[in-house]
Write a protein that binds this ligand. Structure first.
Ligand code: NAD
Ligand code: DAU
Length: 336
């Protein structure tokens, strides 16, 4: 099976590439990525050199380059992760999120319409449901109430992908996952930022009162869910993918400080994020019933693995923060 993975050099995309090469018989993988600040080839070092893997630097907004990638590789499955994925950045520069998340998805759907993969996996997020009052949980028919430019651009892309199923019969599946964590996550998101700052003895910025609730999903559990949906999901469907681990931010940060052996006094209240969603809560009953998938990694175990990975990869943190990998790629392979 030939997997074309967009955003393959990012956090979840690279985990998906590694898992696919390690666990799927006769898989061939093409990772496409623009290598923005969030993507770097170090995340794919474990794949480099394998005969059934290759990488191409492609911006998904570039229709000709995307089409050429599809034409050369002829994917059976497209797994579309590429996105501007950080809410705070989408607040600072919404147009980047709109261009990549919405228009870039449209470019990929057009290429898929021409080359007809057996599956087009559109990887989306629980943020499209907005903040949910307790005790409700969002199932896949819950209304879309996006609060940030990021979540609005993802919600728009979800609808566009589903429209390609309805209109053109493209076998699209949309997955909507909760907050992922694990190794190789860019140190701008809550867990890796807090771990990195704690190791450096820097303040840990807690937005507002820190009582916002997120549902935490270990990245490999998310990738296994995507494979379950590719293999056993139905075209035209949406599948929620939650970690069954809803926690307030303060509790997450306290637990990671314990795992890192650092003091709670590092936590510092700062101004809240504009439009900050209070609570995400997902029902994953549909994917569990239809595919048999379930999250396997307990949060404290996953957090221990994650803290240990960041402890052992301090130089990676410094390099991704400085953009060193991108300039390495440009020097060695040209800016293509
Ligand atoms: P990430 O920011 O770590 O990686 C995104 C990747 O996309 C990077 O490698 C980047 O270089 C690439 N990219 C960005 N713009 C591009 C463009 N125009 N063309 C080609 N490549 C481009 O993000 P992530 O956390 O791995 O998220 C991956 C996907 O999963 C996103 O679609 C996101 O919305 C979704 N998602 C993320 C989470 C989470 O908690 N991180 C949860 C649910 C869904
Ligand atoms: O829910 C899925 C989403 O999870 C994904 O779609 C996004 O791509 C991913 O970035 C993530 O979005 P969040 O906004 O939930 O994640 P973030 O790590 O930015 O923030 C998690 C919570 O922690 C949120 O309530 C904001 C808070 N926070 C975050 C940062 C970066 C802080 O209190 N301080 C911080 O410095």
């Amino acid at each position: 099976m030939r997997y074309l993975v967009t955003g393959g050099a990012g956090f979840i995309g690279s985990a998906f590439v590694r898992l696919t090469l390690d666990t799927v018989d006769a898989a061939e993988v093409l990772a496409l990525d623009a290598l923005t600040y969030a993507g770097n080839l170090e995340n794919l070092a474990a794949a480099a050199g394998r005969p059934n893997y290759r990488f191409e630097r492609v911006d998904i907004r570039d229709g000709a380059a995307v089409r050429a990638g599809f034409e050369r590789f002829r994917p059976d499955v497209v797994v579309h992760f590429a996105a501007e994925s950080h809410v705070d950045r989408s607040i600072l520069s919404p147009e980047e999120a709109m261009a990549t998340n919405f228009m870039g998805t449209g470019v990929l759907l057009e290429a898929a319409r021409e080359f007809r993969p057996r599956r087009f996996m559109h990887i989306s997020t629980d943020e499209v449901y907005g903040s949910i009052e307790p005790p409700a949980e969002a199932d896949e028919s819950y209304p879309l109430i996006a609060s940030s430019p990021y979540s609005a651009s993802k919600a728009g892309a979800d609808l566009l992908a589903l429209a390609y199923y309805a209109t053109f019969g493209l076998p699209v599946i949309v997955t909507r996952a909760s907050n992922n964590y694990g190794p190789y996550q860019f140190p701008e998101k809550l867990i890796p930022l807090m771990i990195s700052n704690a190791f450096d003895g820097k303040p840990l910025p807690i937005y507002g009162d820190g009582r916002q609730v997120r549902d935490w999903l270990f990245v490999d559990d998310h990738c296994r869910a995507i494979h379950a949906a590719i293999d056993r999901g139905r075209a035209g469907q949406i599948y929620n993918v939650g970690g069954n681990c809803a926690l307030p931010n303060l509790e997450v940060v306290k637990r990671l400080l314990r795992a890192a052996g650092k003091p709670e006094s590092l936590m510092t209240a700062v101004a809240d994020r504009p439009g900050h969603d209070r609570r995400y809560a997902l029902s994953s009953a549909k994917i569990e019933a239809e595919t048999g998938w379930k999250p396997q990694v307990d949060f404290d175990d996953g957090l221990a693995v994650t803290v240990a990975w960041y402890r052992n990869n301090r130089a990676w943190i410094d390099r991704v923060r400085s953009g060193e990998y991108r300039s390495y790629y440009e020097k060695n392979y040209g800016n293509r």
